[in-house]
Design a protein. Sequence first.
Length: 210
Amino acid sequence: MRSWTKRFFGVVTEAQTDLNVLYLLLGLPIGTLWFTLIVTLLTVSASLVVVALIGLPMLLGSWYAIHGFAVVERTVAVEMLRVDVAPLAPMPTGSTGVWRRLRHVSTDRRQWRELGYLLLRFPAGVATFTIAVTLPTVAATVAYTPFYLWLDDDGWGEWPLSDTLERVGSSWPWSWVLVPAGALLAIGSLHILNALARSCGRWTSSALSG
């Protein structure tokens, strides 16, 4: 069993860490893409339902598109997060005619679960992206503080967290302790991001399995 020091510092060199952070960052563009496409498809299809020959086939096609998006999500989670997500069940078949097939698909709980997951990927993606950007930024800010004080001792200007760090590093020679503190904070941030990515993987597995 690895010692706690190796487990703590080893996160920096683990390839899975890079994949986890990338997955969290991609949550925003991917979630935005799914949300935009789904809302557009359903809105246009529903508005054309009055013209049955156009609206109903489009609604049916929207369900197939949503299922395809879910398949992509499962593949991304399996490849990047290394989670075990069971293959998605195929779209229900057996009904003939557009209306009967649409009614059959629309009453399948699995399709609604996929739809709910994809729509929630947008707010979840905003959250994961924000966290994945904020934590390393704060760590870098803390570590760079003494260098900033050394290069510009006339004032803090618009430097992030200036009010807080000005009090901590008012005597800049003592502020060099913030360099290792920032490095430790960065490593701790990677552990937090890994845990967040694992949670996303469990959510995906639970929502899309079966």
